[in-house]
Design a protein around this ligand. Structure first.
Ligand code: SF4
Length: 370
């Protein structure tokens, strides 16, 4: 197949769903790590088309959702300082911090610019030599190469007014954290295809072996997801534990080694706080000491920040697959996309946002459902 619409062909997807129905014999809980996959599942109504034995549990793979409240508050503090331009991906502007969001900082006169690439932030720094430009570098392994390149580019240009507020997070330590939790009920993983496009999947076999859990690298179209679920179910039903690749058109075992080299040149593993989940050891990337002059936390000497999370928000339990968005008492009442209490209601990859957008319309023919 060559075109994306072939991966949305309802006839082909229904054929795979029929095969899943013939294969499954007992209940299984499968987690899709990635928020983009959660949105595709809800958008196409796949969760409603699967046999009732299969429960899809939504994982923590929404970078906006897991960026720690402390880092968001630091971004708010930096953006409110005179002489500073904070550059950020658009999703982050509506994420609530302890007291407001980046939109409210902008409304109060702070300079917050939406960019589509970290290299845009480097360009802004070149064009504004009298201002400090800070890029809010969030994301999983997918954004890390471009974020690292922005630092390399700034160094090559000799820029003294560019830095990044690093909030990089990594998938494998999150898998360890979820599977080692006494609350975990996950029996299979759909691994995120775009993360594996960069990193490959050589890190996953030891995790699959340690926790005796099948994993299948899966893409984002309905046929990709259905195939990934079928391959996972086949392993579960037969008692196999392997890491398989259902996204071979993009992913290789080793991944993009040039991109990995750029990441490791600029970043090193660090402990990272995940919003709603807590500290996961060595689950993030921070700047290496030789790039510390580009570290916004050092440049602005922000120190410790006292945070305040909404007591109504159960995002941590949702991000770990313990609860679903519809189980949150605030869902659709106190918390909506217009008035979010937590990041999963804001982000285009957030599970609460996916349920709000699609849960009443999924699987209807005119709504994009299959
Ligand atoms: S619906 Fe809102 S308050 Fe509830 S978990 Fe999701 S983001 Fe938090």
């Amino acid at each position: 197949m060559h075109f994306v619409d072939e991966y949305r062909d309802a006839h082909l997807v229904k054929g795979v769903l029929d095969e899943i129905r013939r294969t499954v014999s007992r209940p299984w809980a499968i987690m899709e790590i990635c928020g983009g996959q959660t949105h595709a599942i809800m958008h196409y109504g796949l969760d409603q088309l699967l046999p009732p034995e299969i429960e899809l549990v939504h994982g923590p793979g929404c970078p906006v959702c897991v960026t720690s409240l402390e880092l968001i508050d630091k971004a708010l503090l930096i953006a409110s300082q005179p002489g500073v331009i904070l550059a950020s991906f658009g999703d982050m502007l509506r994420v609530p911090g302890s007291n407001g969001d980046l939109f409210s900082i902008r409304a109060a006169g702070g300079s917050v610019k939406v960019v589509y690439s970290p290299l845009d932030a480097v360009r802004i720094a070149q064009e504004n030599p009298d201002r400090q430009v800070v890029f809010f570098a969030i994301g999983f392994e997918t954004t890390a190469p471009a974020n690292a390149m922005s630092v390399i580019q700034a160094k090559a240009l000799g820029l003294k007014n560019f830095s990044i507020l690093a909030s990089q997070v990594c998938v494998p330590p999150a898998m360890h954290a979820i599977l080692s939790s006494p609350h975990s009920r996950i029996q299979g993983f759909l691994a995120a295809g775009h993360v594996c496009t960069v990193m490959g999947y050589w890190e996953y076999p030891p995790i699959a072996e340690k926790y005796r859990i099948p994993m299948v690298v899966t893409g984002f179209e309905p046929l990709d997801l259905a195939n990934g679920i079928l391959m996972t179910i086949r392993q579960l039903e037969s008692g196999k534990v392997e890491v398989q690749n259902a996204y071979t058109r993009a992913v290789t075992y080793q991944g993009n080694q040039a991109a990995q080299a750029v990441i490791h040149k600029v970043f090193q593993p660090v402990d990272r706080q995940w919003r709603g989940i807590g500290l996961i050891p060595m689950s993030g990337w921070g700047l290496r000491p030789e790039f510390s002059e580009y570290n916004s936390e050092i440049r602005f000497n922000l120190g410790h920040i006292q945070t305040h999370e909404s007591p109504l928000c159960i995002a941590g339990q949702i991000l770990q697959g313990i609860k679903r968005p519809l189980e949150c008492p605030a869902f659709g009442k106190q918390c909506t996309p217009q008035n979010p209490l937590g990041a999963p209601m804001v982000s285009s990859e957030g599970a609460c946002s996916a349920y709000y957008r699609y849960s009443s319309t999924a699987a209807q023919p005119d709504s994009g459902g299959l």
